[in-house]
Design a protein around this ligand. Sequence first.
Ligand code: FAD
Ligand code: UDP
Length: 376
Amino acid sequence: MFDWLVVGAGFAGSVLAERLASQRGEKVLVVDRRSHIGGNAFDWYDEAGILVHRYGPHIFHTNAEAIVTYLSQFTKWYPYEHRVLANVDGRLVPIPINLDTINRLYGLDLTSEEMEQFLAARRENVGEVRTAEDVVVGTVGRELYEKFFRGYTRKQWGVDPSQLSKSVTARVPTRTNRDDRYFADTFQSMPAGGYTRMFQRMLAHPNIKMMLQTDYREVRDVIPHRRLVYTGPIDEFFDFRLGKLPYRSLHFDHVTLDQPQFQPVAVVNYPQTEAFTRVTEYKHMTGQQHPRTSLTYEYPTDDGDPYYPVPRPENEALYKRYEALAAQQTDAVFVGRLATYRYYNMDQVIGQALAAFSRIQRTGARALPIIKGAAG
Ligand code: FAD
Ligand code: UDP
């Protein structure tokens, strides 16, 4: 008899399995329908021997010291600050938009104060900021919105930014200084041996058993367990009985080139004409030395694995109805990006899983239904 069945070996499932096994001495079975651990953060050495991320670029960044301390039990770190260029009007310029972006794009030599005036003259009064369009048009104006955000967002999400919640584009700041880092978090690093190695160490506890290529439905009635951690899509758990929650998917095209470098930074965004949204060259973020280089092109699509919950008011309303069903499940915990239908970064999912574990500890053996609260 297992104390817990954990569905999903991504961050949500692996953190909870590790905590339950190591801190409560409980017996845990982790199942994942994929053939590997790590969920979307899975990385591997491809045929050329280059460390690549199977599901697109994953950069670890957080302001939560407790999360760094937690993960540091399982990995050393390779310091890496993420920098992204956008291919706009045939030029490679920094994104998030900063002072150099404007100066290079328009052939200007503005100071920070002058850039502030430049933007003030262009930004539109959008009233209450509600949509992903409002955020950008209200900060940098329509022309820069069209160049950097409208096309990218339409490709990425399959809808116009005016149809998406403001949280989507609010992830990307605008700066009037020359800081060209993609993230401003206090801690930015990559797991030194890769994500998969880190997951292997998390799951190596003798109380944890793993079954890969195994769907929850195949085991739920045949393998006895007392309680459940579910990190898959919440609508699927309830057999879509209230309707399908939309998820956006991606097709990844992985290629290896016979040259040491392809582009100057790890990620180049393509907000204008191409069908793909971005190209990732992994060696920049892992520091690996290799005579060849491996890249991933991302093509957004509706079909395929569910990668992104789509932040729109009607989807959030449907999720709330599923959340109410989940709250009636007494011995199940729903955690993670898919089970709580939130566009969370890795550190937020880890924070959510650690918060779930604290609640389990506080309430003794009884699990609690939906776990809220994240790192930041
Ligand atoms: P997942 O990693 O999706 O894991 C859920 C697991 O459950 C999956 O392995 C799935 O196979 C399994 N599962 C589902 N249903 C079942 C079932 N019925 N039976 C068995 N198994 C099941 N975050 C960052 O912090 N930085 C980044 O740079 C970053 N980049 C990203 C880039 C892309 C392209 C994507 C898609 C996401 C990115 N993220 C990034 C977000 C990050 O991937 C997530 O926050 C994190 O991986 C979510 O972990 P999770 O455990 O909730 O879900
Ligand atoms: N975005 C954009 N142009 C860019 C970068 C981002 O329009 O060059 C928008 C787009 O809608 C994207 C969102 O901002 O989905 C959040 O960007 P982020 O890089 O955080 O996306 P993720 O890495 O989560 O896919």
